[in-house]
Design a protein around this ligand. Structure first.
Ligand code: TUI
Length: 306
């Protein structure tokens, strides 16, 4: 399937993997790229030198196109922005902020820049700043989210910009892929389904929570702090929402989530940890290889789009 996104990135299938903090390490990114999509190393809150090592390790496994996601609230975002240039990374996606100040440096290095945005205004700003494409991410997504749904956001962004749009949020199979194409997207970004990929280093306990999840099993914490985050409901999210309702201050809430993603991903603590996942988790029933996931989505989508 040929779109402006497959041409821009030199990939076989218009599927890019979400740059998930702690989850999207070099194993997952390399496996997605090897399977014909665009694998992305998620820098999350990691130090710049850790990200450099991840890039080097991924390149030992695959020579296919590969990207890095820079979470802009990372205190070392400036250094990571430099590392991707030094390591010859071809594609950068960004999240949780405005990457404007890095744009000139990245464009001069020949990097394809794809900001993840959650509003039409931000999409237009990114296009004016020289972005090669945008990921329009709906609030069905896991992790840090905006407030508009994928169904409403994608066509509005498509109408507002002329660069290619990649749909994200609530997409996990060929139906979601095909629907995204109908909305005018030229690729999809998928996160939650890759959390449970065989090549994903996520703890088995967390993977089983995604597999077990039903449609209504996610919760959004942090609405009151201005940083809403979607994850699978557990003791931590219940406690967080209770404190939020009582008007707890920011520091008190922060205490609950500090290090909580690592707890879930690495230690498998599904009680006190943060299990970021999208609303589509209910659709995901088993662990599969990245190759199987991508092949299945593309086969289903091709039949629907015929
Ligand atoms: O960034 C994401 N998803 C994420 S980042 C993340 S790590 C994290 N952990 C705890 C708390 C907060 C973050 C987990 N998931 N998705 C892309 C995304 N970007 N969604 C929404 C935005 C966004 C928000 C505001 C993009 C731009 C923006 O602009 C603000 C501004 O600077 O004007």
């Amino acid at each position: 399937m040929n779109t402006r996104v497959t041409q821009l990135l030199g990939i076989e299938y218009p599927i890019i993997q979400g740059g998930m903090a702690w989850v999207a390490d070099y194993h997952l990114a390399a496996a997605v790229s090897e399977a014909g999509g665009l694998g992305i190393i998620g820098a999350g809150g990691a130090p710049a030198e850790f990200v450099r090592e991840q890039i080097k390790k991924a390149k030992e496994i695959t020579d296919k196109p590969l990207g890095v996601n820079i979470m802009l609230m990372n205190p070392e975002a400036d250094q990571i922005a430099q590392v991707v240039v030094e390591e010859g990374v071809k594609v950068v996606t960004t999240g949780a902020g405005n990457p404007g100040k890095y744009m000139t440096m990245w464009k001069e290095a020949g990097i394809k820049v794809i900001p993840v945005i959650a509003s039409v205004g931000m999409a237009k700003l990114m296009e004016r700043g020289g972005a090669d494409a945008v990921v329009a991410e709906g609030m069905e997504s896991g992790g840090h989210i905006g407030s508009t749904t994928t169904m409403a956001l994608v066509p509005q962004v498509v109408d507002a910009v002329s660069i290619p749009v990649i749909a994200a949020g609530g997409i996990a199979d060929g139906r979601g892929f095909a629907a995204s194409m109908m909305l005018g997207a030229e690729a999809v970004q998928i996160g939650t389904r890759f959390v449970v990929a065989e090549e994903s280093i996520v703890h088995e306990n967390y993977k089983q929570q995604v597999i077990k999840a039903k449609d209504i099993d996610s919760a959004v914490t942090g609405m009151s702090t201005g940083h809403p985050v979607r994850g699978i409901r557990n003791k931590m999210t219940k406690e967080y929402l209770r404190l939020e309702k009582e008007g707890a201050d920011f520091m008190e809430l922060e205490k609950l989530t500090l290090g909580a993603l690592k707890k879930a991903v690495v230690d498998g603590d599904v009680v006190n940890g943060t299990m970021m996942a999208g609303q589509i988790a209910g659709l995901i029933k088993k662990e599969q290889s990245c190759k199987e996931i991508i092949t299945e989505i593309m086969d289903q989508a091709k039949a629907l789009l015929k």
